[in-house]
Design a protein around this ligand. Structure first.
Ligand code: SF4
Length: 401
């Protein structure tokens, strides 16, 4: 089914007011339970009082790979990116409509217990995390570390502290560091300082493909502090400071934009010297968009393939053709060449900052961060023949017999 046959307006619910006694992590601060090592989200115990830089949160996949949690992931042995998310009882002060960490959830769930990109994020002492990675040295399964800032008054300073403590023990040439920034609290000097401290890549989570969608989902539309202009100011500062190939933007596909909108943005980023990292919209439980449909797979696959052609095969958006609804109808590449790209499968893997395998293979594989394993959107591994048959069906390209 295509979104063009059954258009849905991707309108977030309005955020509810939070009682003042539950604002700003008041419950966690009042209980003031001292943390005792790794904390796994658990709604049946009082959430400990944990703060960055002493504590960081990490994805379930990263915790499994680090060996501090046991379990197995569907068809994945590990993740190649150790994402460290800053954590505070007050949580993120923004209210992005698609995000499980958003402020409007503070009455319902303590920050450290909130789901984010479909998974739990255990909280771990930073020192313990660094000890394990430093001990493993060049044998570490991680190809990259990423500090994910959130919107909090301390996040700039704490990001620098985490980066400093990491690089004192771990050579950034062995495991390079990316910054997933929070432009709302940042200046150009903050961008420079992170570069001087050894960060390798700087990314900006634009998330929305157009200024209107940005405003509706993470600006005034949901009482959130972000602005498109500020995000672009910091993105352009990152281009100047970090340079060609060392900055990028996250974009969520399927929040109401057309395929032409998102691919025009992808082209703009390439023309500036950067990359785009795509996410397939998924209705995150507890978010203001959890009642809305995930991106139809045909739409997602077309955008995923076209973005790969623009980022890595030199095809330009002007060579592609779109119908009157902005839907991609021609990828701008002769059929045999297009078939080779599809058959290679890399275009359908998770996009993000590179690891050690190849420039076009992301270290940040985010297993099942934007879909359930039963209907994979971004493949965290190389798709096999069965996967590629499914992808071709989703692209509506009939396999050759
Ligand atoms: S700023 Fe980032 S972490 Fe905070 S609500 Fe928005 S998307 Fe979520």
């Amino acid at each position: 089914m295509s979104c063009y046959e059954h258009p849905v307006r991707m309108e977030p619910r309005a955020p509810q007011a939070t009682p003042s006694e539950l604002k700003n992590g008041a419950r966690v601060k009042a209980n003031d339970v001292p943390p005792a090592g790794v904390y796994r989200p658990n709604y049946n115990v009082l959430t400990p009082h944990m703060r960055s830089p002493e504590y960081v949160q990490m994805s379930t996949a990263a915790a499994l790979t680090l060996g501090i949690m046991s379990g197995r992931m569907y068809r994945c042995e590990c993740t190649r990116c150790l994402n460290l998310l800053l954590t505070y009882p007050e949580g993120c002060r923004a209210n992005c409509a698609y995000c499980g960490l958003a402020r409007h959830r503070e009455a319902e769930r303590d920050y450290a217990d909130r789901n984010f990109i479909r998974v739990d994020w255990p909280a771990v002492p930073l020192a313990q995390t660094i000890d394990i990675v430093a001990r493993d040295g060049a044998a570490s399964p991680f190809h990259r570390m990423c500090i994910s800032m959130i919107t909090h008054p301390r996040s700039d300073e704490d990001t620098r502290t985490v980066l400093r403590q990491w690089t004192e023990r771990i050579d950034p040439a062995t495991i390079p560091v990316s910054i997933l920034s929070n432009p709302t609290t940042m200046t150009r000097d903050d961008v420079k300082r992170l570069h001087e401290l050894g960060a390798d890549i700087f990314t900006v989570a634009l998330d929305a493909a157009t200024p209107e969608i940005f405003d509706r989902t993470r600006g005034k539309g949901v009482a959130s502090p972000h602005s498109w202009a500020k995000y672009w100011e910091i993105l352009l500062a990152a281009r100047d400071v970090f340079g060609r190939g060392k900055f990028g933007a996250h974009v969520i596909v399927g929040m109401g934009e057309t395929e032409r909108d998102v691919l025009a943005l992808v082209q703009q980023l390439v023309d500036l010297g950067g990359h785009s990292h795509l996410f397939c919209f998924f209705p995150e439980k507890g978010s203001l968009m959890d009642h809305l449909p995930a991106t139809p797979r045909d739409q997602w696959r077309r955008v995923q393939l076209a973005r790969y052609l623009i980022d890595y095969r030199g095809v330009r958006v002007e060579q592609m053709r779109f119908d009157g609804d902005g839907r991609l109808v021609d990828f701008g590449l002769p059929a045999p060449e297009l078939e080779d790209v599809i058959a290679a499968g890399v275009a359908f893997r998770t996009s993000g900052c590179p690891g050690k395998f190849a420039d076009d293979v992301s270290a940040c594989d985010r297993p099942y961060g934007d879909s359930p394993p039963s209907d994979i959107a971004s493949y965290p591994f190389a798709p096999n023949k069965t996967d590629l048959r499914r992808i071709r069906r989703q692209l509506r390209i009939v396999p050759e017999s």
